[in-house]
Design a protein around this ligand. Structure first.
Ligand code: DAT
Ligand code: MG
Length: 149
């Protein structure tokens, strides 16, 4: 099973979308392996978005992501990385299909509500930025019997 890193960004928390968004991942059958509310520091934001350093939108992105609490989680499931990105929708909400999180809840690329890792390697890197090992739980996920043949 694959794990990926997901963040409900400050706008998602402020707009009271945490329950709605969590429900989408739960209903898909993803196992939640780690989950917490936290404030992203400048240092963590710099590590997370290092690939975007120097781009015109970078300062605004850092200001946004550090502006208020976020919810971070690690979810596990079949092809979790790409499946989560499908559920999230296109980066620019204007391109995101209805039925996706960004398509349903966002309008602006600078306030696009949710983050999901773009590859298994990115997921590993991002999980290690936001979670300590003992915050990731191993447990028996009862629905698995009914999710997988
Ligand atoms: P994604 O979040 O879909 O992985 P990304 O990694 O290319 O997208 O960019 C990270 C975040 O940066 C994205 O969620 C929103 C912001 N961003 C990206 N491109 C942008 C742009 N052209 N203008 C403003 N913000 C942008
Ligand atoms: Mg990205």
């Amino acid at each position: 099973m694959e794990q990926t890193f997901v963040m409900i960004k400050p706008d998602g928390v402020q707009r009271s979308l945490v329950g709605e968004i969590l429900a989408r991942f739960e209903k898909k059958g993803f196992k939640i392996v780690g989950l917490k509310l936290m404030k992203v520091t400048e240092e963590l934001a710099g590590l997370h978005y290092q690939e975007h350093k120097g781009k015109p939108f970078y300062p605004g992105l850092i200001k946004y992501i550090t502006s208020a609490p976020v919810v971070v989680m690690v979810v596990e499931g079949k092809n979790a990385v790409s499946e989560v990105r499908k559920i999230n929708g296109a980066t620019n909400p204007l391109d995101a299909q209805p039925g996706t999180i960004r398509g349903d809840f966002a309008q602006d690329i600078g306030r696009n509500v949710i983050h999901g890792s773009d590859s298994v390697e990115s997921a590993k890197r991002e999980i290690s930025i936001y979670f300590k090992q003992d915050e990731l739980l191993e447990y028996n996920y009862a629905p698995a019997t009914w999710l997988f043949e």
